[in-house]
Every structure is written in C-alpha cells, then in structure tokens.
Design a protein around this ligand. Structure first.
Ligand code: NAD
Length: 295
C-alpha cells in the first residue's frame, strides 16, 4: 500500500484522514492545529513539521487547505513539498481553489518530476465522516488510476473530469448551483411567509415535485428551525464564488446570477454572519422584506 502524507486536518481533512487510517494506509500528517495532529497520532499516524519532510517520506501527498495561497505556500513555498520532490511523487490537492492556481502549481511541480491532480470534494463534514464525499478529479488519467483506490477510501464517488484544473472548474460549477439554489429557496420562503402561507407547508408540498432538490432537503429544515450553524460557512462560499467570478471572466462566460449572490453574501458578512452556514442567505431576504420567517 502507498504511504500517504496528509496536510490540513480541519473540518474536512481530519475525518478524511481518519478514513484513510481505517482503510489501512500509513499516514504522515501536519497542521498548524496541534490538537488535530495529536488526535491523528493517537490513531497511529506519524507527524512531520514541514511539507518538505512529508514529501521525502511518502508516495502521495494530499492537501485539504482553505484556498489557493495556502496550497501555493505548502506546495511551492519555503520548506514546501517542491523542496522534497522527486520523480514519481504524486500530489493530490483536495482543497477547493482557483483552477488557474491549480494549473500554476502543476506547472512548477511537473518540472521536478511531481505528478499533480486537483481533486476537490463535495458533501461537507457529515459525508467526510461517513466516507461518502464526491470527488471530482483533474489530471493525467494514469495517475488518477494509480491513486483512485486511496480516494475511494474517503469517498462515495470518484470521477475523472479532465486535465489539471478541471477538478476545480467542476467544483466551481457545483458551488454556483448550490449558492443559486439556496438564494432561490430563501426568496421563495420569504415570499410565502409574507403572503401568509406557512413555509414549512410550502416545503412539504413542493419537495417531491420539480422544485425538490438535495439543496432544498438539506437547507429548508435548517432555515425553518433557524439553525444557521455551519455546515458550510458563508466566508468559504464567498471564496468559492469569487474564484467562480474570476474564472468566468477569464473564459468570457458572464455569470450575472453568481455575481448577485456573491454580493448578497458580502452583505451578510457586513452584518456579521460570515461564520454562519450559507443557509443564512435567508437573512438577506428577511432584511429586504423586513420580516422573519417562522414555521
Ligand atoms: P478548515 O479551515 O476547517 O481546515 C483547514 C485546515 O488547514 C486548518 O486546520 C488549518 O490549520 C490548516 N492549514 C492551513 N494552512 C496550513 C499549512 N500551511 N500547513 C498545515 N496546515 C494548514 O477548512 P475545511 O472546512 O476543512 O475546508 C478545506 C477545504 O475544503 C476548503 O477549500 C473548502 O472550501 C473545502 N470544502 C469544505 C467543505 C465543508 O463543508 N467544510 C465541503 C467541501 C469542500
């Protein structure tokens, strides 16, 4: 079995790395959060202080970090994995970052013999814990086949979608669809509430029809319970929609609805809600309509 390095033991990375240990992989981990590192050590993982040291010790390095600058730092910065690179080392970045950043990192690593895949995920913390996340993978098909088993130990679905960067383009598509859906549900619930119809009844009446969706089933109960604990934080979704706008401009693909929802999220950030779940988009519409939705 391949020896795996795992950098970034946050909400997602910690349960994902635990699933690799459960599947029998030998792990070398690191994170700024020493408690998370200790927890993995107690399960049998080794730890290392730099990405360079991890790269020297393993066959495959996985990262699960917040955004492009974090991945660039870990891959290409001082004591980064590039300094421990050798022919045949595989780097799988599972963070959601800009596709352009993935391509830039790949370009530098490939010169040192490192093969890179961008493999962001969808599903959130519960699916990371269950090992049922969906993984969308960009990069060389043979390298993909080589590490597919490792990815499957953390996932319910693993799909190759194209060259390096394609994984993160797919993730941006996912994030656009999710954000616009939540905004639509919020707009509709405030409309129903103001018109005197119980949004809970609306939800039950429509969830089996064409408006039904995974997003509706995940977020409507949270909105109706006024439970805005994350889940997926507004500030992470701002990061993803900002990357989506940059990418849409780069490729000449206007995204007017994404731009509008991004501005709604910035408004929520000004109101102090950036650490809440993205279902708090409901609060943006409540403010516009001067109301509060209740069951
Ligand atoms: P998080 O903030 O909980 O975890 C990130 C971890 O990386 C932290 O523990 C942090 O200490 C660590 N870190 C940052 N820089 C580091 C460095 N240089 N060296 C070592 N460790 C470092 O974030 P998360 O929620 O786990 O998300 C990670 C990625 O997954 C993001 O790109 C996010 O958009 C994506 N994602 C998140 C979810 C979700 O529901 N939370 C779902 C799908 C995808």
């Amino acid at each position: 079995m391949k020896k795996v390095g795992f950098i970034g033991l946050g909400i997602m990375g910690k349960p994902m790395s635990k699933n690799l240990i459960k599947a029998g992989y030998q792990l070398v981990v690191s994170d700024f959060n020493k408690d998370a590192v200790k927890e993995l050590e107690s399960l049998g993982a080794e730890s290392a202080s730099t990405p360079k040291e991890i790269a020297e010790k393993v066959d495959v390095v996985i990262t699960m970090l917040p955004n492009s600058p974090n991945v660039k730092q870990v891959a290409l910065g001082e004591n980064g994995l590039i300094e421990g690179a050798r022919d045949g080392l595989i780097f799988v970045d599972m963070s959601s970052i800009s596709p352009k950043a993935s391509q830039e990192i790949n370009k530098e690593l490939v010169e040192k013999g490192v093969q890179m895949l961008d493999a962001p995920v969808s599903g959130g913390e519960p699916k990371a814990i269950d090992g049922t996340i969906s993984v969308m993978v960009g990069g060389n098909k043979e390298v993909f086949e080589d590490v597919k088993e490792i990815l499957e130990a953390m996932a319910g679905s693993v799909v190759h979608v194209g060259e390096v960067g394609a994984g993160n383009v797919t993730k941006l598509a996912n994030q656009v669809i999710v954000a616009l859906n939540i905004a639509a549900v919020s707009e509709a619930f405030v409309l129903a509430h103001k018109a005197g119809v119980n949004p809970e009844a609306v939800y039950q009446a429509i969830r089996g029809g064409l408006a039904g969706s995974t997003v509706l089933d995940a977020k409507a109960p949270m909105m109706l319970d006024r439970n805005f604990n994350p889940g997926f934080r507004i500030n992470l979704h701002i990061k993803d929609l900002t990357n989506a706008m940059e990418t849409s401009h780069e490729y000449g693909s206007p995204a007017p609805l994404t731009a509008a929802v991004l501005e709604m999220m910035y408004t929520l950030k000004q109101d102090g809600f950036e650490m809440e779940d993205h279902s708090s988009l409901l609060k943006y519409y409540e403010k516009l309509a001067n109301t509060e939705v209740s069951k």
